[in-house]
Design a binder for this molecule. Structure first.
Ligand SMILES: C[S@@+](CC[C@H](N)C(=O)[O-])C[C@H]1O[C@@H](n2cnc3c(N)ncnc32)[C@H](O)[C@@H]1O
Length: 416
């Protein structure tokens, strides 16, 4: 089916023109910067380029289906703050969303963005060249043929580049699809968006207290996301959620390999189950099967975020134990993270509504306070040594600290 003749796709197109998503007031850019995954610049540096790409190299970014621009603004702002050269190309079919991104960028005085109104499916004809990094967040699952669209993005990706993806996940969205089904009769897709929204609002006002949506606290689009949020959650004409296995199958089908699921530890069921016999069984599974188990056990995953690369590309990461490697924090400064470690040396970390305990060595506190994105591991170790920590304990302690904090997407390394 071509995109133009598909009634769901026509309705999707009308949706985002009528209700640009997510609902954003450009003036709010004076107050705050939204940061998140995928596409935080530090995540791109680490999970896409393995901490091995020079920050001097210009970065060409495509935000495919940019919506009102949360990711585009975040990347462009982070690049501008760090004097990183390159550009962020915002692509979306809806003119209304691009207007919002432009206004947001203007409030921030950002000049490293450009705007293209068009379809991902038309990328091969848009003459935009190839990109080092592509963000495609919350888009694929709305498209008539996600594999086809992902293949087109692959064609726009440079060798050695990567894509940050987000797709919906079914278990954590329990309640959503029941209401979408009901609303498909009460607010059919051929009705105009305003009429559909009115029906959804009326239904929400009278929603029986037994409706699963009331119990689901994994997202709040219908509560705090305004008209655009409610529409996108309950009236989206095409919304295909992926279990982690189905998502991985999609990536295999198109020829991508997973660099990381975010956060990696979220997909490790050992953080969910203390029973030693079950943990032994978990140990026997590969990461993909562990991820399936984690998704089923936790039940709260409403999205999957992944950094992927072309299957044919070589990929390796900076050595976290090389003395000249430079540890850096994702966003939260080391000393702030230290403040969150309990006296028992456990770090409470939230995977959405679920808080798990991340065990750390006692001396992790000393390490974290020294990570400033400038000092090398060797320099950090010298300081730790001078504080009296026996030399033979330092590397094992760093390994434990790094493995745990990398797995919750907090600490990365880059080669110098
Ligand atoms: C749910 S919004 C996600 C927006 C943004 N990526 C975010 O995460 O906030 C989906 C966006 O994809 C855009 N879109 C849908 N189909 C598209 C296509 N074929 N080509 C380009 N953009 C498309 C819509 O117009 C909409 O702005």
């Amino acid at each position: 089916m071509t995109q133009k003749k598909d009634p769901r796709d026509i309705s999707l197109s009308q949706q985002y023109e009528a209700y640009p998503y997510p609902e954003r007031n450009p003036q709010d850019e004076k107050k705050r910067l939204f940061i998140g995954s995928p596409s935080h610049l530090n995540e791109i540096d680490y999970w896409v380029f393995g901490g091995k790409r020079s920050s001097e190299q210009p970065l060409r970014v495509l935000v495919a289906g940019c919506g009102t621009g949360d990711a585009a603004i975040m990347i462009a702002q982070q690049m501008a703050r760090r004097n990183r050269s390159g550009e962020v190309v915002c692509l979306d079919r809806a003119g209304a969303v691009l207007t919002v991104v432009q206004e947001r960028a203007k409030v921030r005085n950002l000049t490293n963005l450009s705007y293209i109104q068009g379809s991902i499916l038309d990328l091969p004809n848009l003459d935009l060249g190839q990109f080092d990094y592509i963000d495609c967040c919350g888009v694929l699952h709305h498209l008539p043929d996600p594999a086809h669209a992902l293949g087109i993005l692959k064609g726009a990706l440079k060798t050695g580049g990567g894509i940050g993806l987000m797709v919906y996940a079914p278990h954590g969205r329990t309640g959503v699809y029941m209401l979408q089904d009901a609303l498909s009769y009460l607010a059919p897709i051929h009705d105009v968006p305003a009429k559909r929204l009115d029906v959804a609002k009326r239904v929400m006002r009278h929603l029986p207290k037994t409706a699963w949506l009331h119990y689901n606290k994994n997202f709040g689009d219908h509560l705090t996301g305004g008209d655009a949020g409610l529409y996108d959650l309950l009236l989206n004409p095409r919304d295909q959620a992926y279990t982690i296995d189905a998502f991985w199958n999609l990536l295999d089908q198109v020829g991508f390999k997973v660099n990381a699921l975010i956060e990696p530890a979220r997909y490790n069921p050992k953080y969910l189950i203390a029973d030693p016999k079950i943990r032994e069984k978990i140990d026997q599974l590969d990461y993909r099967c562990q991820a399936v188990v984690a998704e089923g056990l936790a039940g709260n995953m409403a999205t999957h975020v992944a950094y992927v690369r072309k299957a044919e590309d070589d990929f390796s990461m900076a050595d976290p134990y090389a003395m000249d490697s430079i540890p850096f924090m994702r966003e939260m400064p080391g000393e702030v993270l230290v403040g969150q470690i309990l006296p028992s040396n456990l770090l409470p970390f939230s995977f959405g509504m679920l808080t798990v305990m991340i065990p750390l060595p006692a001396q992790a506190r000393g390490f974290l306070g020294l990570i400033d994105g400038q000092r090398s591991l060797g320099e950090i170790i010298d300081i730790v040594k001078k504080r009296g920590v026996p030399e033979e304990k330092i590397i094992p302690m760093w390994k434990e600290t790094f493995d745990s904090l990398q797995s919750i997407n907090q600490v990365f390394v880059r080669s110098s």
